[in-house]
Design a protein around this ligand. Structure first.
Ligand code: GLA
Length: 394
């Protein structure tokens, strides 16, 4: 059964009725530009083919009920409680973890739209997804994007795509408590088929950048290492703090304000660890700009070295890779990939590899063998299909 059919079936099971509509939003993979988003920098993500579906129907009472195929119980809240649901971090605990994503979206949507819940109706929303969870492919942005688009239409909130992305990030930061940037939500809402989204995280301006992988005889593979990660704790938060310390040490508001020409000064004024964190962000921003230019002027075969340099910077300077991600990148390159890097927040999750289409099988097998040799769990390797962002399905 497809995830879309699963959402409809679960909705019907829960309510004994057909949904009034179905919305969906994809996960994402980042082509390049890692940990740059919360430094006001540049990113170049791609929406993937796997999506989260939200089947929605109106209720006659004033309850908002969310349910999903990945949790046993539905969660009910009174519509009038939604505007204060996550006002303090302690409130989070009253809501089961998965439900913080869609209910966090409802909470943030009412705030951003300035909507009065007394003028809205109760809803049932049921989610199903084929986005791998914990793989660094933003299953969280997919549920946020699906919930935000469904609520925007059902409640007639009139929010723009950028508003929907901001709402998703607010849910993630304030309702879930993961201190992430806005890249994943922008990719999930605004993705385009066969294109990447170039986002300036300071101005929130976006531009679509054609990829043309198939036309160039290339395929982009996702290598899910199946090492689970979470950004609500630990390393992600720590890296963010180092970046803030680096910006303060260099006397700038955000690391975006530095260029590679500032690195000699950074070497003089920062401690070794902070210097390496800063160097990753500064060089990564430049690599995003170089990748956009290479794609536009020379085509996708020209970006391989930039992907490889990005991985090295995350492994050595930002220190967010893990042995499984390094093995995925190294074995893919050795088997003929023209570029490869870990993607997403790090500490597990997935890598991407850009491969000549006729070598895709060979690269997949080589990565599998490399994992077997090292005693790692078998990875899941599949082609990434750059896809459209959030939309109404039916
Ligand atoms: C996670 C976060 C994003 C971004 C990436 C790293 O996916 O959700 O905001 O910071 O990590 O680039």
């Amino acid at each position: 059964m497809t995830a879309r059919d699963a959402a409809v079936a679960a909705f019907t099971h829960l309510t004994d009725d057909a949904p009034g509509g179905v919305w969906s939003a994809p996960g994402r993979a980042n082509l390049i530009g890692e940990h740059t988003d919360y430094n006001d920098g540049f990113v170049l993500p791609v929406a993937i083919g796997q999506r989260t579906y939200a089947a929605l129907g109106r209720r006659t009472d004033r309850i908002v009920r969310v349910a999903s195929t990945f949790a046993d119980d539905a969660v009910d809240v009174r519509l009038d409680e939604v505007p204060a649901l996550f006002d303090s971090p302690a409130d989070r605990q009253r809501v089961p973890e998965w439900a913080r994503y869609p209910l966090g979206v409802a909470w943030a949507a009412l705030r951003v739209a300035g909507a009065d819940p007394r003028e809205l109706c109760g809803l049932d929303i049921v989610f199903a997804s084929d986005v791998p969870v914990g793989a660094g492919l933003s299953s969280s942005a997919a549920i946020e994007g699906a919930a935000a688009s469904a609520l925007n239409d059902a409640w007639g909130l009139g929010l723009s795509p950028l508003d929907l992305a901001r709402i998703g990030r607010a849910a993630e930061n304030e309702a879930v408590g993961a201190p992430t940037g806005i890249m994943d939500q922008v990719a999930s809402i605004m993705g385009r088929a066969d294109a990447a989204i170039f986002l300036d995280c300071r101005t929130l301006e976006t531009a679509s950048v054609d990829l043309g992988f198939a036309a160039a005889g290339l395929e982009l593979l996702v290598i899910d290492t199946r090492v689970q990660h979470s950004h609500a704790n630990g390393g992600y938060r720590e890296r963010r703090a180092s970046c803030e310390a680096g910006a303060a040490g260099m006397g700038v508001g955000a690391l975006r304000d530095l260029s590679v020409d500032d690195l000699p000064r950074a070497e003089r004024v920062l401690d070794d660890v902070t210097l390496r964190r800063v160097r990753h962000i500064v060089t990564e921003n430049q690599r995003v700009l170089d990748t956009v230019r290479a794609l536009r002027e020379r085509g996708p075969r020209a970006i391989g070295e930039l992907l490889v340099a990005s991985h090295a910077s995350m492994r050595d300077d930002f220190e967010i890779s893990v042995p499984e991600l390094d093995a995925a990148v190294e074995s893919a390159l050795a088997a003929g990939a023209i570029g490869a890097r870990m993607t997403g927040g790090g500490f597990g999750g997935a890598a991407i590899a850009l491969v000549p289409a006729d070598l895709a099988r060979q690269v997949t097998d080589a990565v599998g063998l490399a994992f077997e040799d090292r005693g790692f769990i078998a990875p899941l390797v599949f082609p990434l299909v750059p896809s459209a962002g959030a939309r109404r399905e039916a």
